[in-house]
Design a protein around this ligand. Structure first.
Ligand code: CMC
Length: 428
């Protein structure tokens, strides 16, 4: 952000004229600073869904929604998806630079050393309802990390925040896999420190049933790439939640658990599950794609996996994911019916003025579910995989906020439209 206070805009209101500074971001975007608005004019701004509001300055992720650009720390997502491993990307997102080989090894070793969870925590996860939604269970488990690891829960202590960073990154795959094993009535599998991050997660999840050889390599590549594509997305709902909770100086475990809860919603990360359920419903009901789209246009439902608050062009992640889906599904002898349906649905929607006029394109969630399903993940685990990918972003934003000189507790204003003062019944 430029501190060139010479650029201003003028707000003309009944009481006079207020000059407001305009900041220029590194990509040339302009932001009007409203800090003095309330004090000077007595007025607030109303911006439902924060569609127009920058709540902080950030150096982590750049998105140009109109041009379909997404970059982590300046690196285009297309390059990271193809050339970077998830751990490299996670390091980049959290610490700001791609790691030198030595640094990467050190990071990876720390994660291997911390992948275990305490026995009591394992017992706690095992005691949770096994048929419960894995996102609810995961949020609960992550919340308790602050209780198991009080020595890394102080946001004011940089060393503790760093230790908590490692613990969260290391333990989330172990927690997620354990929840999955419990849900299918299988014994949890402990982490294996001879495996890399992604392989270890796949093995803890599927055990002996994990694919090996060429297919195993392809699965590892696909999961790794999907995690990279989800690693950050600036101030999306769950990341904004992590920042809001963290702004109260809540510890990082509580803040990330809140992010997991926000992600679970079907308008956000829960959409990958909702897309697959929608495709299954279309297949099972036998409704034609045209009739289904008519229902969407009549607002009986939303076309899940379509639309985005920021992208008003193709979501660059969805392009990468579509290619990946074809690669994975090519491994199968018969074409995947839901993938074929998704392709037809996309093509029909993109020919329809309802979607094109509103600039509704497939988002990151449109094809991910089809890939995860082919790999053998049950539908309700899809959003858990999103969470594993998004974790570095949540951590990076939490940490960035702690060092932001403009840091204040998040406390929006409201536009009150309720009753004026009323007499309590019987009080005259
Ligand atoms: N299907 C049908 N109509 C839609 C859709 C959709 N998926 N998305 C937006 N619209 C329409 C909406 O009805 C509105 O029409 P009108 O102007 O006539 O009232 C217009 O497009 C603008 O929609 P909006 O609700 O104001 O847009 P938003 O920025 O508030 O919502 C969204 C963004 C992602 C919540 C929304 O597009 C949506 O619900 N999509 C389906 C759920 C989904 O796929 N979510 C995943 C988002 S990407 C990953 C993530 O964030 O986790």
């Amino acid at each position: 952000m430029s501190d060139d206070k010479e650029r201003t805009v003028e707000l003309h209101y009944e009481g006079g004229v207020l000059k407001l500074p305009v900041f220029t971001g590194t990509e040339g975007e302009s932001t009007i600073e409203l800090k003095t608005l309330l004090g000077s004019t007595g007025m607030t701004t109303l911006d439902p869904g924060f569609g127009n509001t920058a709540s902080c300055s950030s150096k982590i992720t750049y998105i140009d929604g109109a041009a379909g650009i997404l970059r982590y720390r300046g690196y285009p997502i297309e390059d990271l998806a193809v050339h970077s491993t998830f751990l490299e990307t996670a390091y980049l997102v959290i610490y700001g630079e791609l790691p030198e080989p030595g640094r990467l090894k050190e990071f990876s070793d720390k994660l291997r050393d911390n992948a275990d969870i305490p026995a009591e925590m394992g017992a706690f996860i095992d005691a949770m309802p096994r048929n419960g939604h894995p996102m609810a269970l995961m949020a609960g488990a992550v919340n308790t990390l602050a209780a198991y690891y009080e020595d890394s829960a102080d946001p004011e202590d940089e060393d503790q925040v760093e230790l908590a960073t490692i613990r969260l990154m290391a333990k989330l795959p172990t927690i997620a896999a354990r929840i999955y094993r419990n849900s299918i009535g299988e014994t949890p599998i402990d982490p294996d420190d001879s495996l890399d991050y992604v392989d270890n997660f796949i093995r803890m999840t599927f055990g002996d049933k994990a694919p090996s050889g060429e297919l195993g390599d392809l699965f590892n590549k696909a999961v790794g790439m999907l995690l990279v594509l989800h690693a950050d997305h600036e101030l999306n709902c769950s990341t904004a939640t992590v920042r809001v909770v963290g702004s109260a100086k809540a510890d990082i475990f509580a803040s990330v658990a809140s992010g997991i809860n926000a992600l679970s919603g079907p308008s956000h990360g829960g959409a990958n599950q909702a897309v697959l359920e929608m495709l299954e419903e279309i297949r099972d009901s036998g409704i034609s794609i045209e009739d289904f789209l008519e229902k969407v246009k009549a607002r009986e439902m939303r076309l899940m996996g379509f639309g985005h608050r920021v992208y008003k062009n193709f979501d660059p992640r969805s392009k990468e994911i579509k290619v990946l889906a074809s690669q994975i599904l090519d491994q199968h002898d018969s074409p995947d019916e839901l993938f074929a349906l998704a392709l037809k649905l996309e093509a029909a929607a993109l020919q329809d003025s309802y979607f094109t006029e509103r600039k509704l394109y497939p988002n990151v969630d449109f094809y991910t579910g089809v890939i995860y399903r082919t790999m053998g993940f049950p539908t309700n685990m899809f959003t858990v995989l999103f969470a594993l990918g998004r974790l570095p972003g949540w951590i990076a934003h939490y940490r960035e906020q702690l060092h932001d000189p403009a840091f204040r507790i998040a406390r929006p204003r409201q536009h009150y439209v309720g009753s004026n003062e009323r007499r309590y019944p019987g009080q005259g």
